[in-house]
Design a protein around this ligand. Structure first.
Ligand code: 4AD
Ligand code: MG
Length: 467
């Protein structure tokens, strides 16, 4: 059968009829009658299937019996114009080989229940579904587009460490990394003796590559990171993962305005890229799960995001509550960190477009943010999106050595552990800014999926680290 070159389904569907072809893939469905069987074959190259027409004159009952949903096949035949609706071409099979059978009684995707919740319980097989095929292809396209966007702008892709001793965000929700025997932890003066640990000190998985990113940006100008990030927040929400991917650009000589402009251009570029390159998959997801998806994607492209200060946003939210326009589960007043219900009210109800919030109370943000003259706010920015809330968090960084050290002290953090970071302000300090885009938050928006567990192939959440 190997004499002709195999064509992927995507290629076959775009080919002119009339040639001899070889296809390989997995059976999605089989239907038909006594004379002829119609097999929908998919190889993951596209959401669309190629139809195989198999005459029972040619193929034995035994062979046809083995062609069940999930089985893998090799098919040789003639590519012909399709008479049925739904596809331009199909394969008139001349030879079929079952590469791997798939017991219909046991195959987990044979079940009637195809809810996303059920699929999470068979996450090792769900990648074979149309839905996850679409999500994976979109995820890939977005990763590619991210590299393209920054490469075209001359940014350097900086690889920051995954194992670190620094808690970049100061939030403390880190996964410890240790080779110590936890049944016999070495103790010195009543404390764990980390000098005996692998790195000779306490280390964790990174919550952000930003601080190392700043070292890169203040050396080569503009960098971005794109890698896995780990947070041991015990939040079982549809928007949090314990292991997620983050993109963190960091730019020397950018102020907060430049930073906001880049963030807006960046997400619009990605949404446009998805519309241009993932049309079939987006249409499938739009039709199956969320018929507002395509419209929502279009809607963020043509408009300028609303820029509003935290203080003004609090006034808006307080007024909405006072006027009885909305009730929140969590109360809101100046000084509180917004919950996603507050973010979504601003985006979906009040402004009706993406919002960039700026100038937060310093006490709810990390130590590195540039302090405003008012003494109580910092030059942070969060980009809020419909249906999701925060997809980007960033800031202009505190460039003044004195102010940075003062803030580190105020927060009771250790200057000693941060000497390497503080050196950026000690030697040739420059204004600089950056932000972090949660890759899976972006994918929630682009795919229209409602749960973050459904936009990453192997989700890690509290009490769940299978495979
Ligand atoms: O707002 P965050 O915590 O900002 C930082 O980590 C900064 N160091 C970024 C920077 O300025 N370079 O996280 C950035 C983004 C959030 O806006 C959100 O999209 C995503 O990361 N994120 C998560 N995504 C999934 N699961 C989680 N547990 C997340 N925590 C944050
Ligand atoms: Mg944030």
């Amino acid at each position: 059968m190997e004499a002709i070159r195999r064509k992927k389904v995507k290629e076959l569907l775009a080919s002119e009829p009339g040639t001899e072809v070889l296809a390989k893939g997995w059976v999605r469905t089989k239907r038909g009658n006594k004379q002829v069987k119609f097999i929908a074959l998919n190889d993951g190259s596209t959401i669309n299937n190629i139809q195989i027409v198999a005459s029972t004159d040619i193929f034995s009952e035994d062979l046809i019996k083995d062609i069940t949903t999930g089985a893998s096949l090799e098919v040789r035949g003639k590519l012909v114009e399709s008479l049925g609706s739904g596809q331009a071409v199909e394969i008139q099979a001349e030879e079929i080989k079952v590469l791997g059978t798939c017991d219909p009684m046991r195959f987990p995707l044979q079940k009637k229940d195809t809810s996303l919740e059920y699929l999470r319980s068979v996450a090792h097989m769900r990648l074979r579904t149309n839905t996850f095929g679409a999500v994976l292809r979109i995820r890939h396209a977005m990763a590619f587009a991210i590299h393209k966007f920054f490469n075209d702008k001359g940014f350097v892709y900086l690889h920051t460490p995954l194992i670190t001793e620094s808690d970049a965000e100061g939030a403390g929700d880190m996964f410890q990394v240790t080779t110590l025997d936890l049944t016999k932890v070495p103790v010195h003066n009543g404390k764990v003796d980390f000098s005996k640990d692998f790195f000779g000190k306490k280390t964790s998985l990174t919550v952000s590559g930003q601080l190392e990113g700043e070292l890169g940006a203040t050396a080569v100008g503009e960098i971005y990171t794109f890698g896995p990030t780990f947070r041991a927040e015990n939040s079982n929400t549809p928007r949090h993962l314990a292991e997620f991917w983050m993109i963190e650009p960091e730019m020397a000589f950018y102020d907060i305005e430049d930073n906001m402009e880049l963030a807006e251009e960046f997400v619009k570029y990605l949404v446009q890229y998805a519309l241009d390159h993932c049309a079939d998959d987006l249409k499938f997801l739009n039709d199956k799960y969320d018929d507002g998806l395509l419209e929502r994607l279009q809607s963020v492209l043509g408009i300028a995001f609303e820029r509003v200060t935290y203080t003004r946003a609090v006034e808006i939210l307080e007024a909405a509550v006072a006027e009885g326009k909305v009730q929140f589960e969590y109360p809101v007043h100046w000084g509180t960190d917004f919950q996603s219900e507050h973010e979504r009210y601003l985006v979906e109800k009040y402004f009706g477009k993406p919002v960039i919030l700026t100038d937060f109370p310093k006490d709810i943000k990390a130590f590195y943010m540039k302090q405003n003259e008012d003494g109580r706010t910092v030059r942070g920015m969060d980009v809020l999106f419909p249906k999701i809330g925060e997809i980007i968090g960033g800031s202009e960084r505190e460039a003044s050595l004195e102010k940075l050290e003062q803030r580190i002290d105020e927060l009771g953090m250790s200057r000693k552990n941060l000497e390497w970071y503080i050196d950026t302000r000690r030697y040739g300090t420059v204004p600089h800014s950056g932000f972090g885009l949660g890759f899976e938050r972006l994918l929630l928006f682009v795919t229209g999926m409602a749960n973050i567990r459904d936009v990453i192939p192997f989700p890690r959440t509290p009490k769940n680290a299978e495979f």
